[in-house]
Design a protein around this ligand. Structure first.
Ligand code: PLP
Length: 425
């Protein structure tokens, strides 16, 4: 048997479907966010990153970097073992208290990533509940799907954000049976938001538990960055709130928050928590600094919302196919995997703009897109430059603009006074 051939064929398959992925070799520059050095085949070049999930630039925040250096200087680099073998490092305990407070829950538990937190928590919770039925939104993240699969529990998928469908599934279940509804607040590829209150109402009516992934909302929504559940005053109605430290908080790690008993049970039973080394103290300390900053400061959230809205307005006015989004996420439809990759390559090579193409299986085939994530640090000048680069790319590759494009003076005009008033004062 020629083992290597199987791997080569697996890769060839991706090439044939035009969805073989290439990652740019980047070096981010502190003090120049969102600029980075691209180590291209032709040597290093400075570019602008438009697809980072360091949504608020907190990964470069001086307080966060200082907390990391300080903790590493005092407590060293690694954690020194799993928490079961080597105990807790103090900054991790503080971090878990900070997270419980952020979501108004009794307790929190930190994992080495958001992926691991979903996989470990969902599988453990559903395994501990006898004969549990999981009800899962059809667009849930791969990490939640892994958790569901590993739990061995029966699952039913409800249509995306479709409360009526969810209710029809709940109605059909024997009333006494354990039920866990798993869903996200912000869906990161389309930028839409779940009907959280309506799902919580159904959970009450049918006595189901609720598990929400707030990965794309923590730090960014709610007056303290507690996510959409905080913004809508619904945190107390959701049993488990899961989040990441790796996106808006600019660090690494994932977590769940919930009741003391539930958190203690996951801590005690989840292999994905027990059998892996804890996060280093420096990462925990830096994450705490980031969360504390975003609890107090609204400036980053306001800046992100303002620049995301401006990006949507400017690109839409230019006739670019901005997909509808209620959040900071700005998806632009390409609708073809090869064109999507070509557009991304052209933006990088000709315009020094980095936007990773999003292809199947991350999104359904035919909805391939560029997913743009403006931060508070993407200035109006950068947004205008992005529009020009996208328009050149769309023209050059023959990607369709939306109907209203050519000669739409009214919409284009709307942009000019905005830009003038910004630079004027
Ligand atoms: C990124 C992501 C995760 C995983 O979080 P990491 O900390 O990056 O492992 C979980 N859920 C959703 C919806 C995500 O987009």
């Amino acid at each position: 048997m020629n083992y290597q051939r199987f791997f080569e064929e697996a890769i060839d398959q991706l090439h044939a479907e035009k969805r073989y992925r290439v990652f740019a070799n980047l070096e981010r520059i502190v003090g120049a966010f969102p600029r980075a050095v691209w180590h291209s085949e032709k040597g290093p070049r400075e570019i602008t990153v438009w697809c980072s999930n360091d949504y608020l630039g907190m990964g470069h925040h001086p307080d966060v970097i200082a907390a990391m250096c300080d903790a590493a200087g005092r407590m060293g680099s690694g954690a020194g073992g799993t928490r079961n073998i080597s105990g807790n490092n103090h900054p991790l305990v503080e971090l878990e208290q900070e997270l419980a407070d952020l979501h108004g829950k009794e307790a929190g538990l930190v994992f080495t990533s958001g992926f691991v937190s979903n996989e470990a928590a969902i599988s453990t919770i559903a395994r501990l509940l006898p004969n549990c039925l999981i009800l899962s939104d059809e667009l849930n993240h791969a990490s939640m799907i892994e958790g569901i699969r590993r739990s061995g529990a029966e699952k039913k998928i409800f249509r995306h954000n479709d409360v009526a469908h969810l209710e029809s599934l709940l109605k059909a279940v024997a009333p006494g049976r354990a039920k866990l509804i798993v869903f996200e607040s912000v869906y990161s590829m389309d930028g839409d938001i779940a009907p959280i209150a309506a799902i919580a109402d159904l959970a009450d009516k049918y006595n189901a538990m609720t598990y929400i992934d707030e990965v794309h909302a923590v730090g960014m929504y709610g007056p303290h960055g507690g996510g959409v559940t905080e913004r809508e005053g619904l945190a107390h109605r959701i049993d488990i709130i899961e989040g990441t430290l790796a996106k808006a908080f600019g660090m690494l790690g994932g977590y769940i928050t919930g009741s003391r008993a539930l958190i203690d049970a996951v801590r005690s039973y989840a292999p994905g928590f027990i059998f892996t080394t804890a996060l280093p103290p420096a990462i925990a300390a830096a994450a705490t600094a980031s969360i504390r900053h975003l609890k107090r400061s609204q400036a980053e959230r306001d800046g992100q919302q303002r620049q995301a809205q401006r990006t949507k307005d400017v690109l839409s006015a230019a006739g670019l196919p901005v997909m509808p989004s209620e959040t900071h996420i700005v998806p632009i439809l390409v609708g073809d995997p090869e064109l999507c990759k070509m557009a991304s390559d052209r933006l990088l090579e000709r315009h020094a703009i980095y936007i990773q193409p999003i292809n199947y299986p991350t999104v359904p085939r035919g909805t391939e897109r560029l997913r743009i994530t403006p931060t508070p640090l993407h200035s109006d000048v950068l947004i205008d430059g992005l529009r020009d680069a996208l328009m050149e790319t769309w023209e050059a590759l023959g990607i369709p603009f939306v109907e209203t494009h050519r000669g739409n003076v009214i919409q284009t005009d709307r942009i000019v006074p905005l830009a003038v008033s910004k630079s004027g004062g």
